[in-house]
Design a protein around this ligand. Structure first.
Ligand code: GDP
Length: 369
């Protein structure tokens, strides 16, 4: 102990080579004056205030309301629930166009959305661009991870762009996007793009919340359909072969007829619509008019034959069950009892002391008791 004292004394001794001068006092990292100021936490507005802003098309308030929808806090969710219900009532009679857009990364989704989006707003529509991004980290191929690729749309006052809700279960992310659609419609957006990267389960989620499903495909990328599963082709209302410009025009035309014939092999759709394939270029803008025409034809057909409403109602039923499932899951995992018991059960299952089904059943019983 004494020895240690001698050793440290060397630091203070002016003659010692180990002498350490006192440093300059560093200013505090946090501004001390801030402590005296009240914390500026964003105040939750009343439902009426949010509704007034949304109805007036105020994008700041719309964004704030969407943040509540995306929040996991029960307090926020409660306010969000009321906003969603009121928005749904408000926009119930509006004939909006919800368009799901998918395709593998690199197919040209963001470029297409930029070009086609401008086409849509030039016709007087208001466009909301939303996304379901299933990855926790923004996928490089996803449009909304990189807004700089949509320069024109970002500046267009008729366009509202909102990136995917951040990570969570696909079910949770999809539910929030679906709710965001309702808010955007109440704010006056009559065309909605719901984009997803064409890998995995997210297309099914997008399909479950859109009226029209557009699949973007590359030409000449081989017969393996670029990893796009048959089921995704089967639920498409239109396939657009992208980048049909320059040297690629002929290849795109060949691909178009191949996909058009492939689409014919599927059973007839319930809507009465005959899915087809077109070519398009975001560079020359060729084909964008054809896509617009197809959209208009489709919506005319389905609003006329009642399928539009029928499908929306069926989707609403689907989302009722999805919401029940999600809420039950949340309630279960957020319960204090389960939070306490779960780690031990998990360990017991990991060690092979308890089988998974028995563990699940016991936990559910404990939750219910
Ligand atoms: P995403 O990953 O599906 O969003 O694809 P991007 O929109 O980022 O496009 C991928 C690449 O294809 C970019 O380098 C684009 O410039 C290019 N690209 C997109 N659309 C077209 C098109 O219509 N014609 C041509 N020649 N290139 C395109």
């Amino acid at each position: 102990m004494e020895k240690q004292g001698d050793f440290f004394d060397d630091y203070k001794n002016d003659d010692s080579a180990l002498k350490v001068n006192d440093g300059i006092k560093q200013p505090p990292v946090i501004n001390p004056y801030l402590a005296d100021r009240p914390l500026r936490r964003p105040r939750i507005k009343s439902v009426d205030e949010y509704m007034a802003g949304i109805e007036a098309g105020d994008t700041t308030i719309l964004s704030q309301a969407i943040t509540l929808v995306e929040s996991l806090s029960p307090e926020h969710r409660k306010v969000a629930g009321e906003i969603i219900a009121r928005c749904q009532r408000l926009a119930a009679d509006r004939k909006t166009m919800r368009i799901g857009i998918t395709g593998v990364p690199g197919v040209g989704k963001s470029t297409f959305i930029e070009a086609f989006g401008s086409h849509i707003t030039a016709r007087g529509h208001k466009l909301a661009v939303l996304a379901i991004d299933p990855s926790s980290e923004r996928t490089k191929g996803s449009i909304l991870g990189d807004k700089t690729r949509m320069e024109t749309l970002v500046r267009d006052p008729k366009v509202f762009i909102r990136p995917s809700p951040s990570a969570g279960s696909l079910g949770g992310v999809a539910r929030r996007t679906r709710e965001t659609i309702l808010l955007c419609e109440a704010a006056g957006y009559d065309v909605l793009f719901i984009e997803t990267v064409g890998v995995g389960q997210s297309e099914t989620a997008v399909h479950s919340m859109s009226d029209f499903f557009l699949l973007l495909m590359l030409s000449g990328a081989g017969d393996e359909l670029q990893g796009i599963k048959r089921g995704i082709m089967e639920m498409s209302d239109l396939i657009a072969i992208t980048k049909a410009d320059g040297n690629n025009v002929e290849k795109a035309k060949v691909a178009r007829s191949l996909y058009a014939s492939a689409l014919h092999l599927f059973p007839p759709t319930e809507s009465g619509w005959v899915p087809t394939a077109v070519t398009s270029s975001a560079v020359t803008k060729e084909g964008l008019d054809d896509i617009m025409k197809k959209l208009e034809e489709y919506f005319e057909l389905v609003t006329g034959n009642g399928f539009y409403l029928k499908r929306r109602r069926e989707q609403a039923r689907y989302w009722m069950y999805e919401s029940i499932n999600e809420s039950l899951k949340d309630m279960f995992y957020e319960s204090e009892t389960i939070g306490r018991l779960l780690p031990d059960y998990e360990q017991a299952v990991l060690e092979g002391k308890l089988d998974s089904f028995a563990a699940a059943e016991e936990l559910i019983e404990k939750y219910n008791s």
